[in-house]
Design a protein around this ligand. Structure first.
Ligand SMILES: O=C(O)CCC(=O)C(=O)O
Length: 261
């Protein structure tokens, strides 16, 4: 692995939490100044008409911006932020490439659900991903509160197998391999559900097999969250069934930038 002695690192306790619970929450990790630049850039990207700008079922509200690093220099730098790459490389014990980046806007009053799911079954069945060795960095672009559709996770559910599920393409505008309700009920019955809340720049590092989802945003507050998925460089995905604007084939090893972005 390329040596970067100055990259930020997680403590032993934080690493243990990731291993045991399948996620670790770091409040206020990325500076407010960098997050403000991301938010400004997103204002412009959401006005673009292109496949990567996905609308909710109402045909008006932006749900997600997919892989903005492919058409925004700022996002090309943001995914290389040392505050993200340091912990990710430490957790993977590997150099890493960017598998996917999705910005989930969860707009006030109109942001729709993300059904309960694990990420890895999609990667395995649809993208020829060999092993569940990916880390998802979920970066809060807005403050996440109890009211604006926080991400919910089931602690320790990453230890469960990657369940095979059918694609649900009717609940929202984005097809997803949603988890079986009986499985979610059983796993949540063991360890409950957590929903980390915090200010912009806070980050959840989550294992690719953790069961997670989020409710609709009925509040007047936006809940934008960047979901940046990093893969170990020796775990490259193969030929994906999904279009290239969803799953890119760029295996470049990510090197950290020097902030600000
Ligand atoms: O933004 C959300 O609430 C859900 C994100 C998610 O499920 C994912 O990144 O896999």
């Amino acid at each position: 692995m390329t040596s970067h002695p100055d990259l930020p690192r997680l403590s032993e306790e934080q690493c243990a939490r990731y291993r045991d619970d399948g996620f670790v929450f770091l409040p206020n990790l990325v500076s407010r100044a960098d997050i403000a630049r991301v938010r400004d850039e997103l204002d412009g990207l959401c006005r673009l008409t292109r496949d990567e700008v996905i609308l909710e079922n109402d045909g008006r509200t932006v749900r997600s911006v997919m892989n903005p690093q492919a058409f925004s220099d700022l996002f090309g730098r943001f995914v290389r932020h040392p505050a993200l790459l340091g912990p990710v490389r430490q957790l993977l014990e590997q150099d890493t490439y960017l598998f996917q980046c999705v910005i989930n806007m969860k707009r006030p009053f109109h942001g729709a659900v993300w059904q309960w799911h694990q990420d890895f079954p999609t990667y395995y069945h649809d993208d020829e991903m060999p092993e569940p060795r990916l880390v998802n960095a979920l970066v809060f672009i807005d403050e996440v509160r109890e009211f604006n559709g926080p991400l919910m996770v089931v602690p320790a559910s990453h230890r469960a197998p990657a369940y095979e599920t059918a694609v649900d393409d009717s609940t929202t505008s984005y097809p997803l391999r949603a988890a079986d309700e009986a499985v979610v009920a059983r796993l949540a019955g063991e360890r409950g559900i957590e929903a980390p809340k915090g200010g912009p720049g806070s980050v959840i590092f989550a294992h690719t097999n953790i069961v997670h989802g989020s409710g609709p945003n009925m509040s007047p507050w936006s809940r934008t969250m960047a979901s940046i998925t990093y893969n170990a460089i020796d775990n490259k995905h193969g030929r994906s069934r999904r279009p290239e604007w969803v799953v890119r084939r760029d295996f470049e090893t990510l090197e950290p930038i020097v902030p600000p972005i």
